[in-house]
Design a protein around this ligand. Structure first.
Ligand code: PRP
Ligand code: URA
Length: 209
């Protein structure tokens, strides 16, 4: 089974409460999604290996540590995943960004793929798939499948809010993928929305409703 990491730092919980609030407008929503994504990236990368280097300080030579040549790519699932990219790039500016377009058919809730543009060397990269919502898990499972078909083998999934159903689905279909979430909510409603959740993440980010 993949590991599920619940990142519930007080700052993240506080900001997530404002994100959930239906009175929060698109500007503040976008800013907070970016901030929470940056804070989560700190934990998602916690086990990255380090190597020693020598640095000349103004006083003497210091033995220091840097991240050991790890190549990273952030893969947002369009559209809502786009809102998480900026925050992660602030922490890891050298990361490449690949895009996967998947939307959920509102009737069947099945994921429909419509776009894919990835860095050419995804097989050599640690991939962090980002999407604010893990509801039925269909979109995440499809996105992970997409990447594996193209040779990816080191994949992490980072979401703001997950439903238990979505976590179980990803764990069953992709047990090798670790899942990082800021909250695990109660359940899905009959329309496949997370309860209590935050509503439609894409619409709230981009003001389309
Ligand atoms: C939302 C969300 C996830 C998906 C989660 O996207 O951003 O991608 O639903 O649901 P699932 O776990 O049941 O697949 P949506 O399909 O609304 O597309 P959008 O980002 O373009 O709004
Ligand atoms: N997609 C969203 O944007 N919100 C949900 O609650 C479920 C799927």
């Amino acid at each position: 089974m993949s590991n599920v990491h619940l990142i519930n730092h007080p700052l993240i919980q506080h900001k997530l409460s404002i994100i959930r609030d239906s009175n929060t407008g698109a500007k503040e929503f976008r800013e907070l999604v970016e901030e929470v994504s940056m804070l989560m990236a700190y934990e998602v990368t916690r086990d990255f290996p380090l190597e020693e280097v020598e640095v000349e300080t103004p006083v003497s030579t210091a033995r220091c540590k840097v991240i050991a040549g790890k190549k990273i790519a952030v893969i947002p699932i369009l559209r809502a995943g786009l809102g998480m990219v900026g925050g992660i790039l602030k922490l890891i500016p050298t990361a490449k960004v690949g895009h996967i377009g998947v939307y959920r058919d509102p009737e069947t809730l099945q994921p429909i793929e419509y776009y894919c543009k990835l860095p050419s060397d995804i097989c050599d990269r640690e991939l962090i798939i980002v999407d604010p919502m893990l509801a039925t898990g269909g979109s995440a499972v499809a996105g992970i499948q997409f990447l594996k078909q193209r040779g990816a083998n080191q994949i992490r999934l980072m979401c703001l809010i997950a439903a238990p159903e979505g976590i179980e689905t990803v764990q069953t279909k992709h047990p090798d993928v670790d899942i990082y979430v800021a909250a695990i909510d109660e359940r899905l409603n009959s329309h496949g929305y997370i309860v209590p959740g935050l509503g439609d993440a894409g619409d709230r980010l981009f003001g389309t409703k």
